[in-house]
Design a protein around this ligand. Structure first.
Ligand SMILES: Cc1cc2nc3c(=O)[nH]c(=O)nc-3n(C[C@H](O)[C@H](O)[C@H](O)COP(=O)(O)O)c2cc1C
Length: 206
């Protein structure tokens, strides 16, 4: 029998709470599978006067604490923006399932702590290069350049030499306050809103 509080996807019925769980399982997958469309969300912050958006790599999802994390250079603009305003939004879209997630939350910034030390130990030499530019990300340059010395660019450096990048390495942890779930479907789209600030899970008009 049709239950109006549930939706049917491929003959399976889903409640709001099933969908909320499914969001987190997709976010967990997105962090561990580099080919997942959820691996590279767009993240928005608010600067002094304007919104800025950029692609990042989803590095970790912790459903228990409703947290998602990405790595960045502490000298970047987004880091400074988040220091003055921790409000943050992350946008995910999977074209194969036609599911969009919009996460809103507050960022906490990690630097020189167990979380960053642990993640840094697991980074590859290639990833460490991102934190080894002489000048800060977004500095203007007279020439087109990676900002790295030729040796570093060619990965002619040892793991020990790459340790210097740790001082620029930061982790942004987004404490998710709400998820706006949208599923596009030819027979009628469906949308739901999961608000963790008041614990309400509701259907929405798409
Ligand atoms: C596929 C892709 C993945 C990226 N991943 C990251 C990332 O994980 N962290 C990061 O700081 N920048 C990442 N970037 C670069 C950012 O999009 C952005 O250009 C840079 O961080 C500067 O942003 P900001 O000036 O707003 O700080 C990535 C870019 C692309 C295209």
């Amino acid at each position: 029998m049709e239950n109006s509080t549930q939706i049917t996807i491929e003959n399976i019925q889903y409640s709001l709470s099933d969908i909320e769980k499914d969001c987190w399982s997709r976010l967990v997958n997105g962090a561990v599978k580099s080919r997942s469309p959820f691996h590279t969300p767009a993240v928005a912050t608010f600067g002094q006067k304007e919104i800025s958006l950029r692609t990042v790599v989803l590095r970790k999802t912790i459903p228990e604490t409703r947290e998602i994390r990405f790595h960045t250079d502490v000298r970047s603009r987004k880091w400074a923006e988040l220091l003055s305003n921790p409000a943050i939004s992350a946008l995910f879209y999977d074209a194969s399932t036609r599911i969009q997630l919009r996460l809103n939350g507050l960022a906490s910034l990690h630097q020189h702590n167990d979380i960053t030390n642990d993640a840094w130990q697991k980074t590859t030499l290639s990833s460490r290069r991102c934190y080894l530019t002489l000048h800060s990300p977004s500095s203007f340059s007279d020439i087109p350049t990676s900002g790295l010395t030729e040796d570093i660019e060619q990965e002619n450096l040892s793991f020990e030499e790459s340790e210097i990048g740790l001082k620029n390495f930061g982790i942004v942890s987004i404490h998710v306050q709400s998820i706006d779930w949208l599923w596009l479907h030819h027979a009628g789209h469906r949308r739901a809103f999961f608000d963790y600030t008041d614990g309400k899970y509701q259907w929405m008009i798409p």
